[in-house]
Each structure stands twice: as C-alpha cells, then as structure tokens.
Design a protein around this ligand. Structure first.
Ligand SMILES: [Mg+2]
Length: 294
C-alpha cells in the first residue's frame, strides 16, 4: 500500500509478475445478519471474512480492503466501534490494510459493502472452471456449523429461551488457498459461502461437468460435541471452507497446516449433482443453499 486513507484514491503497488484480484460483497442488516443476534465485533469480522475468503478461493494474497458503510442516524456509536474493531482485528491478522471507503447515513438499517483487493502470480489464479472429468473433489475442515448455529438461533427465538451465546468465528482459508495454488494441487476452487450443494454446482457449471459426492465422506462439524445434521453440511452457508478439485494422480495431503482435507467425491461427465447415501443409493442433489431462498 503506497497511499491509503487520506487521499482521493488509494495507491497500491502489485508484487512483480502478479495480477490483481478484486472481490466485492454486501453485508446487509436483516439479509446477511441480524444486529440483535450477534455482537457488533462478530458482524464486522464476518463482513471482511466474506471478501478474504473469496481471495483465498483464487489462491490469492489479500492486500487491502475498502469499506463502504451506511448506518441509521440512531445507531449507537459503540455498535460502530465494535463493528470496526472486529473488522480491523481480522484485517490486521491477515496483513490487510483498510485502505479506504465511504460512510453515509441510511434510512433504517446497517448496509456494509466490502471490497478486497489481492494479487496472484500471473496466470495462476485458481478458477472455478478448471475441473476435469475424473478429478477428485475435496473440502477443507468441517461443514455445517454456521448453519446449525443459525437454526438454533431461530428456534431459540421461537421458543423464547433467550439469546444463545455467539459461536466461534471462522477464519478465511488464505494460507491453504495459497498452498493449493503454489503446489499446483487445486485445478479448480471455490469458497463455501453459500453451502456445499450450491457452491459445488457453481464449479460444475463453470467447468461444464457434473459431480458425485458421498454422504458418508462429508466432514460434518460438531456443535456441543454432537455432529450437525446432514442438511446443514450439505446446504448450509457461511462455513468459509474451501472446495477444490485435483487430478486423481496428484497427491493431496490429509492435512494442511493442521486443517483436515477430505475427499468427498469425484467429477463426472454427466452434468448433474449426484449424492450417494449411506445405503449406497444414488439420488440427484438439488442446490439448496443461499440462492435457493433468493
Ligand atoms: Mg466466493
């Protein structure tokens, strides 16, 4: 970063031989978050997390973030302070500067838009379109915790048992994304923001292929020592793990930096998603993530 906040535009210098990555994500109150269900710091964290996770999914190096924030006039200042604390803490942890943005007043809700700029060696960005028939499909970490936690918040509200505690905050898989790109392991990659079924369908669409995954191999997260339901792992969003495909001849390590890497299926020629259940039945899987509700 040559010049950040304080000028009319930020000035960034790219590492030699690199290309620029740019991603933008809305975080809108009552669409992406509920102000009364989570701490302001956690909402700030998640706002930036969405952008950093996109850079990770390209195998990129995040460089700078730009935040446009509109808040209602009556919003307490401590909420804004908390939001920025959560966002800047995550930025600092990943060596990203908050290099600019804009603030405005909104009529009623909090509206945040984050732009994250990153870089990747020329021609080496890992795209969604790189999957080939026969590729093995892998995911990092465990899936479904965020959606299971959200479902619990919903039911808690309905039964009036009070406000549950906020859960742990996921971190973007930046180092793993770079490792998979640098070692030429991943041929295609996406971050799991909308849910496994939806995000895998994006890979298939862009690569013009299909996929078969096995229910039993999907690594389900634990919440209070219990494995989350299969629907949360299959369709739940906001996990920010990475999904990638690799040539079957490529050796994929079982863990990267302490995070488990699990093979969940294979890329197929027939352009549909097939789920193989515990009894060996094969059913077509419909993408039912975030976009389904849209
Ligand atoms: Mg993404």
């Amino acid at each position: 970063l040559i010049r950040g906040i304080g000028d009319d535009a930020a000035v960034l210098r790219l590492p030699r031989g690199h290309e620029i990555l740019v991603t933008t994500d809305f975080s809108l109150e009552d669409i992406h978050f509920r102000r009364h269900w989570a701490a302001a710091t956690s909402i700030g964290h998640r706002t930036l997390l969405r952008g950093l996770s996109d850079i990770a999914a390209m195998g990129g190096i995040p460089l700078a973030a730009f935040l446009s924030l509109a808040v209602p006039r009556n919003l307490p200042q401590p909420w804004i302070d908390g939001f920025l604390t959560g966002l800047v803490r995550l930025a600092t942890r990943f060596g990203v500067s908050l290099a600019g943005g804009d603030t405005s007043q909104s009529p009623e809700k909090v509206l945040a838009d984050i732009v994250v700029v990153g870089s990747v060696p020329r021609g080496r960005a890992v795209l969604r379109s790189g999957a080939r028939v026969g590729d093995r499909i892998y995911v990092t970490g465990q899936l479904g915790a965020a959606a299971a936690r959200l479902a619990r918040l919903y039911s808690a509200r309905q039964t009036r048992i009070g406000r549950p505690r906020a859960g742990g905050l996921p971190l973007p898989r930046v180092a793993i994304g770079q490792f998979l790109r640098h070692k030429r392991i991943a041929r295609s990659m996406i971050d799991l923001s909308d849910g496994l079924s939806t995000d895998l369908s994006h890979i298939c669409e862009e690569s013009k292929v299909g996929a078969e995954i096995s229910e039993q191999s999907i690594p389900r997260a634990r919440l209070d020592h219990t494995r989350v339901g299969m629907k949360f792992a299959l369709h739940g969003g906001d996990d920010y793990e990475l999904l990638f495909t690799a040539d079957p001849r490529t050796r994929v390590p079982p863990t990267i930096g302490g995070t488990s890497i699990t093979q969940i299926g294979e890329i197929k020629r027939a352009r549909k998603l097939i789920l193989c259940d515990a009894e060996g039945r094969r059913v077509e899987l419909q993408p039912e993530g975030w976009e389904h509700f849209g």
